[in-house]
Design a protein around this ligand. Sequence first.
Ligand SMILES: *Cc1c(COP(=O)(O)O)cnc(C)c1O
Length: 443
Amino acid sequence: MALNLDRSVQAFEEAKKFIPGGVNSPVRSFRGVGGTPPFIAKASGSKIIDIDGNEYIDYVGSWGPMILGHAHPKVTAALQQALLNGTSYGAPTELETELAKLINELMPSMELVRMVNSGTEATMSVLRLARAYTKRNKIVKFAGCYHGHHDSLLVKAGSGATTLGVPDSPGVPESIAGNTLTVAYNDIAELESVFAQCGQEIAAVIIEPVAGNMGLVLPKQGYLRQVRDLTKKYGALLIFDEVMCGFRVALGGAQAVYGVWPDLTCLGKVIGGGLPVGAYGGRREIMEYIAPAGPVYQAGTLSGNPLAMTAGITTLKLISEIPETPREPDFYQKITVKTKQLCQGIQEQATKFGFNLQFHQAGSMFGLFFSDQPVVDYESAKQSDVGAFNTYFHAMLEQGIYLAPSQFEAAFMSGVHTDEDITATVAASAYAFGKVAEYYKSR
Ligand SMILES: *Cc1c(COP(=O)(O)O)cnc(C)c1O
């Protein structure tokens, strides 16, 4: 069964004439898995349809935002209404307060909230704030955690021990990357030794409390609490980058699941309901350093855009709706159960082939690693058999299942995926694992 992607092939060639690599974000290009990315014509509910007319069950969800599925009727209706009032004013609106207030109610550690246009902008701004507040320069991040593409955070570890930051991309000055220290995820001893060496220079530790950018990697029992205690001991701020996991792993984000409260939090993806939104916020005393309340400059022509706020407000209201009867499961219980069913179904198929794969789940995020070893950090994630993943990925795509085109990305369930979608995905997995078995044999 081969997909007909003729029009996408043409569209990709045309795009490459005018756009670097043909895409506006690198991972869309299928570089990792090979082949042509389907160009998308439209999407609805759990499905996306490409320009050749192929329909896919979508587990990318625009890389996280589409928790209600595509073109949710209530979100599109709210947007249509908002559109009639104009698309941008560059002046304050009540919508901005409404979204900030909703976020504050659902994530109480975010006492003050500043809206921006992307997750990258949120993490970039929050670092400036952390440095200004602590009057320190160094930032600690974790290998395999992604926080957007700005200079300070486009850094990972060299192999093995802690290294001073080496830029991940040409164009990032070493003078900037050098202030970023990188340690292994889930390794408290390594973080302790960094603090022991230069704890008084560290402004902040930024972490994905549930890591979704090296595949899905969960924090070990008690780990986030230890990170919290360590930062407090040395007077460094703790920043949770919940751009991906916020409103994904649970309504209150990873901080609610683990009961660990950061000083500052970054959000994005779900809070924009599919429109470009990011936000950062946290303790009032720190956030009041932000202009015009305080001296730290940060601004945005389209920040708090009325359409984006409308999509975000409508999405957050729908996912936080209280069920009509106390016994009825809420949105997160339902989506978590559905995700579990899918993972179990896929795992059963893998077991039939005698594969020992690593399945991870957190709320509506899930992932599998083609590795027979536990995956707890970037090094162990990288032990996965990328060839096996690529085989699986293409076999799934052929059968109309759209997964992220990389072993090192998470998958996302939406509230509108049906039992039929799950059954079809499990059946497709049985076929795809057959292909993987052939791949293993041919190696
Ligand atoms: C996606 C993501 C970002 C970057 O957000 P953009 O909107 O793509 O700039 C930052 N941090 C995490 C954890 C993310 O998953």
